[in-house]
Design a protein around this ligand. Structure first.
Ligand SMILES: CC(C)(COP(=O)(O)OP(=O)(O)OC[C@H]1O[C@@H](n2cnc3c(N)ncnc32)[C@H](O)[C@@H]1OP(=O)(O)O)[C@@H](O)C(=O)NCCC(=O)NCCS
Length: 179
């Protein structure tokens, strides 16, 4: 059922081996694969209302197991799982646009929000992108109504770069980023 997925063509050998640490006790990140699809799906299903109030993530909550697996094996993304001890609590995807430019996609399970976990998790992915992927700029597209997400990236040092009709584009200048 899973043999149709594309390999991660643009990533160097050894990708997937990394475990990223954070300043929060027990909070780590590692690359997910199709083997984690059931855990991702269970967390998504337990968080349906939390994930979709702004019309985002409707595709995520409607995915079946095979679609979750396929989404975790895309060639241009590194999907990090956020773990509290051994429990999956959210994901942060680092999307490769090329030439040192990246995008971020992130969500946390409803039971774990508002504890500073995603702030720490994204900081860990920024460090990884800077130190291991030569990141120059990292972008996040956020709907203006999603104030929790706007606050989060603002707190991390992203700056509002563009205001589009549907979303705000925030950008982090990695070279000048202060942890
Ligand atoms: C947006 C989202 C990722 C934020 O995740 P989170 O883990 O709740 O974020 P954090 O806890 O790090 O920060 C949220 C708040 O908790 C507060 N907080 C509580 N305890 C904290 C701590 N120990 N350290 C830091 N912040 C803490 C923060 O101050 C912050 O408040 P603010 O937004 O008013 O400034 C989460 O709400 C989510 O998954 N939403 C649905 C999906 C989504 O919108 N994804 C983003 C699409 S662009």
């Amino acid at each position: 059922m899973f043999q149709m997925w594309k390999p991660r063509l643009i990533l160097p050998p050894g990708v997937g081996a990394e475990v990223l640490g954070t300043d929060v006790d027990g909070l780590t990140l590692r690359i997910l694969s199709h083997k984690d699809a059931a855990a991702v799906m269970a967390l998504v299903q337990a968080s349906r209302e939390h994930l979709t109030p702004h019309g985002d993530y409707t595709d995520l909550v409607d995915r079946d197991l095979a679609a979750h697996g396929a989404a975790l094996e895309q060639a241009d993304e590194e999907p990090f799982g956020v773990f509290l001890k051994d429990e999956l609590v959210g994901t942060v995807s680092l999307i490769h646009y090329g030439n040192g430019v990246f995008g971020l996609g992130y969500w946390i399970g409803a039971a774990y929000r508002g504890r500073g976990l995603m702030t720490e998790a994204i900081a860990a992915v920024i460090r990884f992108a800077r130190d291991s992927r030569n990141a120059v700029a990292i972008w996040a597209g956020i709907k203006p109504v999603n104030s929790a997400s706007c606050h989060l990236v603002d707190r991390l040092g992203f700056r509002l770069a563009r205001e589009q009709d549907t979303h705000l584009s925030y950008c982090l200048d990695v070279a000048t980023w202060r942890e």
